[in-house]
Design a binder for this molecule. Structure first.
Ligand code: SF4
Length: 298
């Protein structure tokens, strides 16, 4: 499995801008962006963010508002807040040098088990397996076929066992890449997969295809809530409004409401205030209350 997958990776993979570097801060920024944003959107925005904030120290020295501003277009703005808090924690506790170990990375703001292992392996060569959705799907199909995925703890142990310790960063990226481009949830492309000979799911995929159907991993039905009109939608819109050049000194709550919704009136003020208070709790804005201007935090 190791030989087949690494040979496939070495023969060529997607050219993504952050793959040209192993510099820890650059890897960290890419992994934070990739947590909840698709690779093509990250590829379009990572270079500009790196030009504006080329080092962790540049993030630590900048006002929070500037980091939130530079995060525009990526969504889930709390990650920008976390990056700013992380940069200041690293400056305070490690002299501005990102730590290399998984336990030290894991406790920094915004970094969970996956991101800590991805950064440690890619940037520092630490033999730690990173398990994201793609890795979970590939390892489950190869070892368990069509059975349900094992518990997370078992999956992590398995990922650790198959990891190539000499090239942990390449290994982690290779498994993720395979899941993203060859083995997606629907319609895996086993005919071009380097793991087809050893994969427990491959015969089932072939059988389903021969029946003219599309193979897909059974997923628990998720209730689909529309994004437009959701609290997350309006939270993102409020931060976008505060990024605008004419909002640098802040906007009053009623002005925000009027820009958010055509049907906004005073009866909607409690709804708006709940959103503003939630964003303030998350560190995404500053609002003293009442009719005082709302602005990005400094
Ligand atoms: S052989 Fe098919 S199911 Fe197995 S890992 Fe490759 S693409 Fe996925």
């Amino acid at each position: 499995m190791r030989a087949a997958l690494l040979a496939w990776w070495d023969a060529g993979h997607r050219e993504l801008p952050w793959r040209k570097t192993r510099e820890p801060y650059a890897v960290l920024v890419s992994e934070l962006m990739l947590q909840q944003t698709q690779a093509d959107r990250v590829a379009a925005r990572w270079p500009a963010f790196m030009r504006r904030f080329p080092t962790l120290l540049a993030v630590a020295a900048a006002p929070m508002a500037a980091v939130i501003d530079a995060w525009a277009g990526l969504g889930y703005n709390r990650r920008a807040v976390n990056l700013h808090r992380l940069s200041q924690a690293v400056l305070r506790d490690y002299g501005g040098v990102l730590p290399a170990s998984v336990p030290a990375l894991e406790v920094l703001p915004g970094i969970g088990p996956y991101t800590a292992r991805a950064v440690a392996s890619i940037a520092f060569g630490v033999p730690a397996a990173a398990v994201d959705t793609n890795v979970r799907r590939v390892l489950t199909r190869v070892f368990d076929g069509t059975r349900a995925p094992p518990p997370a703890r078992v999956l992590q142990q398995r990922a650790d066992a198959v990891l190539l310790p000499e090239r942990p960063g390449d290994w982690n990226q290779a498994v993720m890449e395979l899941g993203a481009v060859v083995c997606p949830a629907a319609a895996p492309r086993c005919t071009v997969c380097p793991l087809a000979r050893m994969c427990a799911a491959a015969p089932d995929v072939r059988a389903v295809r021969e029946q003219g159907a599309t193979y897909r991993t059974a997923a628990r039905p998720q209730p689909q809530r529309p994004f437009a009109g959701s609290a997350r939608f309006y939270r993102g819109r409020i931060v976008d409004l505060l990024r605008a050049p004419d909002a640098r000194e802040g906007l009053g709550p009623m002005a925000i409401g009027a820009r958010l919704r055509l049907d906004f009136d005073a009866s909607m003020r409690p709804w708006l205030e709940a959103l503003l208070e939630g964003l303030q709790r998350d560190g995404l804005l500053y609002w003293p209350g009442d009719d005082a201007p709302v602005r990005l935090p400094r």
